[in-house]
Ligand binder design. Structure first.
Ligand code: GTP
Ligand code: MG
Length: 320
């Protein structure tokens, strides 16, 4: 039986195996993804982002518990910002969410940001799709920080929660830059720490300055203390309110469409590059071009044009 069929039948080990094959870039994995795709599009995708150590994993662990009480199955994709060789944060996530390790209704997967040549958002998308096809009603994506990679990842979420913590004066400024735009809900975690109320007030003030149109979603600012399970139910309620808003306003359909388009674009970029670059590496053209450029007999612009012409003119001929 194919991995896809086993996954659709609820086989968790088959899912883990496919995710490894995806990491290794096996061609067979693409065939499995084709079989799974018709079974995707049902999961609610929740993005959790914020600075290192803000308590994201602790919050996610509490969220899992709430969704499990409500009988939803939960998938988690934790993006590990550190080197795949240290494994530090992966271990941390495992420990943080350990109490759910034996629950067959919970599936946790960590992805490293390095070692994924140009495709972290695509591999995240693949993992989300596998979890979706597995029947996970909720898929949570945890990412750190505000880099472009993270923004791309967070954009595949239906609802995005931005976590901050008190006492990060300059980080609030960083939040201002880009994260203010992507948050559907802002959570100040570590509410037990001094200055939490002030951080929440500052955030709320910044949100009020944003230009809005009637009918636009108004992000709230909530306080939580993840390590003592405080404020979590309120957070889930607000997430659910946003989810209903997405459905009722038709925005959910738009987000889904954007996500398919982005997946298509990412795949196209990756496959075109692999196709063209693989070819010139094997036939020695790449080496020649490097030498020509170094000797200033050609330039990168002309070289790319030449390679594309050679590659695709050849294609048309061989196909006709
Ligand atoms: N005081 C306090 N500590 C908390 C709270 N929530 C989490 N922590 C602690 O903060 C530390 C970091 O928590 P994590 O959940 O690993 O944070 P994270 O944002 O996932 O960290 P990275 O994934 O490494 O970026 C841990 O020691 C938690 O126990 C809170 O509400 N109050
Ligand atoms: Mg974490």
């Amino acid at each position: 039986m194919s991995l896809a069929h086993r996954i659709l039948a609820g086989d968790l080990r088959a899912a883990a195996r496919l995710m490894r094959d995806l990491d290794d870039g096996f061609r067979s994995a693409a065939a499995e993804m084709k079989l799974l795709y018709p079974h995707t599009g049902r999961a609610f995708i929740l993005g959790i982002t914020g600075p290192p150590g803000a308590g994201k994993s602790t919050l996610v662990d509490q969220l899992i518990a709430v969704y499990r009480q409500r009988r939803s199955r939960v998938g988690v994709v934790a993006i590990d910002p550190t080197s795949p060789f240290t494994g530090g944060a992966i271990l941390g996530d495992r420990i943080r969410m350990n109490r759910h390790a034996e629950d067959p209704g919970v599936f946790i997967r960590s992805l490293a940001t390095r070692g994924h040549m140009g495709g972290l958002s695509r591999s995240t998308g693949d993992v989300v799709n596998v979890m979706d096809a597995m029947g996970m009603e909720v898929v949570i994506i945890e990412t750190v920080g505000v880099g472009q990679d993270e923004i791309d990842i967070v954009r595949m979420a239906h609802t995005t929660v931005v976590i901050s913590v008190p006492g990060l004066g300059d980080d609030i400024q960083a939040i201002k830059a880009g994260v203010l735009e992507i948050g559907d809900l802002f959570v100040v975690n570590k509410a037990d720490r001094e200055g939490a109320d002030r951080t929440a007030r500052e955030l709320a003030a910044m949100l009020e300055m944003k230009q809005t149109k009637p009918g636009d979603w108004q992000p709230k600012v909530l306080l939580t203390e993840a390590s003592r399970n405080r404020g979590i139910t309120e957070m889930v309620e607000e997430v659910e309110t946003h989810r209903r808003h997405l459905i009722e306003s038709g925005a959910l359909e738009r987000i889904r469409e954007e996500r398919s388009v982005r997946q298509f674009m990412d795949l196209l970029k990756e496959r075109l590059f692999a196709e063209v670059f693989g070819h010139i590496q094997v036939n020695g053209r790449f080496r020649e071009i490097v030498e020509e450029m170094t000797a200033r007999r050609t330039d990168p612009y002309s070289a790319v044009e030449l390679i594309l012409t050679e590659r695709f003119a050849g294609h048309r001929m061989s196909n006709s």
